[in-house]
Design a protein around this ligand. Structure first.
Ligand code: NAI
Ligand code: 15L
Length: 268
């Protein structure tokens, strides 16, 4: 398959903005969907994932879906339930009803956030490591991956679940030296995930070829992803500003970083 018309949900978000710029250069025609208006894009659909009629219409006739919409940080459970759990279910239902056969799901490192960071000499974290969500947010990404598996097994809808590290223009923390996915590599990875044949449901990690990598990129490479970037040129300055991480501190020993320390919205 060589999808060209792709519905991108979450188009008004940070990653959506980066991909609106980069994916058309790889030949994609994007249809945009978000609960918030997308600046400068009058044709974008402004609707919540809960609006099933608007969602179905947006999905209709597309070749694939890049599902970025959702709460992207920890939040009260009800909000996560609405946007990430129910919203992702609505998205897959719309895909099923409209006959769209490929989804790329923006999963997250926080689905496995409590996984220990490998020490020097340890193997990189494999994709089949058990889910260890660090938040309700991470839990919703674990759910999304299982939902993708169900829709493949039951309905033959293929998904690549990309456990994104940190996709921002530049790494801004020592932790991000390991997790950074440059925007250009992000576009390359989404392109590979949208076009690789016979993926069934495949989970991959999403980061650049960072010198300080924690996880195994071989699954992403098997889709045809060839990362071009490495965060290492940013290392000296970030380490000088922020110092080396403290191995006794929980947030510095787990992949999910500060998400692993009790967030303010956690119920008491
Ligand atoms: P963001 O918070 O900037 O954008 C998310 C967008 O989704 C927002 O524009 C929001 O309006 C929209 N949205 C939320 N709930 C919605 C709903 N119910 N209906 C319709 N639209 C809704 O997040 P960002 O950074 O752009 O991330 C995009 C996706 O990638 C998210 O799913 C996030 O969890 C995931 N991700 C991002 C990472 C990153 O480094 N940027 C890392 C790992 C995962
Ligand atoms: C995520 O899942 C978030 O959506 C993003 O905003 C970053 O916090 C990223 O993980 C990260 O762990 O750096």
């Amino acid at each position: 398959p060589d999808p060209r018309t792709v519905l991108m949900t979450g188009a008004a978000g940070g990653l959506g903005g980066l991909m609106r710029e980069l994916l058309p250069r790889l030949g994609y025609r994007l249809r945009l969907f978000d609960a918030r208006p997308v600046e400068g894009e009058p044709e974008a659909v402004t609707a919540d994932l809960a609006d099933t009629a608007a969602l179905r219409e947006a999905v209709r006739g597309t070749d694939a879906i890049l599902h970025l919409a959702g709460i992207s940080l920890e939040a009260p459970f009800e909000k996560i339930l609405h946007s990430n759990i129910e919203g992702t279910y609505r998205l897959y239902e719309a895909a099923r009803q409209e006959g769209v056969r490929r989804v790329v799901f923006a999963s997250s490192n926080h689905a496995v956030g409590f996984t220990p960071i490998p020490s020097d000499g340890d193997p990189l974290v494999p994709v089949d490591t058990p889910h260890r969500p660090d938040t309700f947010y991470g839990l919703s990404k674990s759910f999304g991956e299982d939902l993708a598996q169900l829709y493949w097994d039951l309905h033959g809808i293929e998904t690549v679940s990309v456990r994104i590290g940190s996709c921002f223009p530049e790494p801004t923390s020592v932790r991000m030296l390991s997790l950074w996915l440059s925007p250009a590599d992000g576009a390359r990875l989404f392109h590979a995930a949208l076009t690789a044949p016979d993926v069934g449901h495949t989970v991959v990690y999403g980061s650049s070829a960072n010198t300080r990598l924690w996880w195994d990129l071989s699954g992403a490479r098997a889709l045809g992803f060839e990362p071009q970037d490495d965060s290492e040129p940013y290392a000296a300055q970030l380490l000088a500003e922020q110092g080396e991480t403290d191995p006794k501190d929980l947030e510095h020993t787990r992949i999910g970083g500060h998400f692993c320390t009790r967030p303010p919205t956690w119920p008491h």
